[in-house]
Design a protein around this ligand. Structure first.
Ligand code: FMN
Length: 212
């Protein structure tokens, strides 16, 4: 287990023939959708890019993404997840099963949080930023799970949000008023002939402080 985390790396070059089993990929998607999120709102959607044309177009706008990855997922973040939105109403009702008094209590609690604690009320940028933070939890879970499954992976922030949004909107895959791409994550098998550098990190004592 220790070795898994000491040796995992961001794959920079994939083997074009490298495949990962469908059941492993299905597990990674399950890990994604089961990730925790603030207030359980799950402010995300996942686009699994199997279409060859879209994959090529995506590489044009995403300089950080790699060619030849077996699987590519775009993590989308929900805009406008404010306490008074339909999105929140539906999530509380349909996903969390809240009704009546319980529903209004949860909504009020969220409203107070968005007004006072992590202020974002009435601020679309901050609301989106909050949703995007939840996407990084998904990313972390997927990367860790891939490492445990022995699958190589690449987290990708390296893309033009405007261009990728336009690309996905043009293809009718997102309504840009509702969703924005936050991250791309790729999986596959590394090109064994390519040297992947050893993991470099700060020392534990430089980043971990035990307060007694
Ligand atoms: C949120 C996030 C975004 C990243 N975006 C990219 C990217 O666009 N392209 C890339 O090659 N690597 C990307 N990386 C990989 C980092 O550069 C890498 O994790 C870091 O340098 C440590 O190296 P390691 O993952 O190999 O241990 C990203 C990592 C994270 C966590």
């Amino acid at each position: 287990m220790d070795e898994t985390f000491a040796t995992r790396f961001t794959c920079k070059r994939y083997d074009p023939e490298g495949r990962i089993p469908d059941e492993d990929f299905a597990l990674l998607l399950d890990v994604a959708r089961r990730s925790p999120s603030s207030f359980g709102l799950e402010p995300w959607r996942f686009l699994v890019v199997e279409n060859e044309g879209l994959r090529e177009d995506l590489l044009e706008v995403a300089w950080g993404a790699k060619k030849n990855a077996d699987r590519t997922v775009v993590i989308l973040s929900r805009k406008g997840a404010s306490a008074d939105s339909d999105f929140v109403e539906r999530t509380l009702r349909e996903v969390q099963g809240a009704e009546g008094e319980a529903l209004s209590q949860r909504r009020d609690f969220l409203a107070a949080f968005q007004r006072n604690d992590l202020p974002m009320e009435g601020d679309d940028d901050r609301l989106l930023e909050w949703a995007a933070r939840q996407a990084y939890i998904v990313l972390g879970n997927m990367l860790t799970s891939a490492a445990l499954l022995g699958i190589d992976s690449t987290p990708v922030e390296g893309f033009s949000v405007a261009k990728l949004t336009a690309l996905l909107a043009d293809r009718g895959l997102i309504d840009p008023d509702e969703y924005v791409p936050t991250l791309i994550v790729q999986f596959g098998r590394k090109d064994a002939s390519h040297f992947e550098p050893v993991q470099r990190r700060r020392k534990a004592q430089d980043v971990i402080q035990v307060v007694k």
